[in-house]
Design a binder for this molecule. Structure first.
Ligand SMILES: [Zn+2]
Ligand SMILES: [Zn+2]
Length: 154
């Protein structure tokens, strides 16, 4: 989720610590570090990218701990996981307000976000037309990004 302020990131981090305590899970430094990287990011990070950032910060956190922490973050609802068909998952903070959609470049793997109010309003109407009550939705557009198109045709 882009445009998340660091204060918002801190709030999510506090919520995660509370979630761990409420569920009898120890709040360890490695878990805290992993959560901090994901919850303060404005990107859609892969496990590899999370691991790299931790290494850059001088934090030795094993992959098993990263996976386990991501699992807990997902369960807490504070993080959303995505499978964009790239062979691995990507994670982003979930502030629980205002949904957004994704554009995924099939060439370079870049993930961009967009919002669309009119589309948002249409979805429950479409559901209703089919006799559904809409609960959640997911929209992903796959294609070639601006930069890759420029490279191909420039
Ligand atoms: Zn996103
Ligand atoms: Zn691209």
């Amino acid at each position: 989720m882009a445009r998340l302020t660091s204060a918002e990131g801190e709030v999510l981090l506090d919520e995660f610590r509370r979630y761990l305590r409420d569920h009898g899970q120890p709040v360890t430094r490695p878990r805290d570090r992993v959560a901090r990287v994901v919850l303060r990011s404005d990107e859609h990070l892969s496990v590899e990218q999370i691991h790299q950032q931790l290494v850059q910060q001088g934090e030795a956190v094993g992959l098993a701990t990263i996976y386990r922490t991501l699992e807990l973050l997902e369960k807490s609802g504070l993080v959303r996981a995505h499978d964009f068909g790239q062979g691995f998952r990507r994670f982003e903070p979930n502030p629980g307000q205002g949904s957004h959609y994704h554009l995924i470049c099939l060439r370079c793997g870049r993930v961009e976000e967009f919002q669309h109010e009119r589309l948002e309003r249409m979805l429950p109407i479409i559901a209703d037309e089919h006799g559904y009550e809409a609960e959640r939705h997911r929209l992903e557009l796959y294609g070639t990004c601006r930069d890759c198109r420029r490279r191909a045709f420039g």
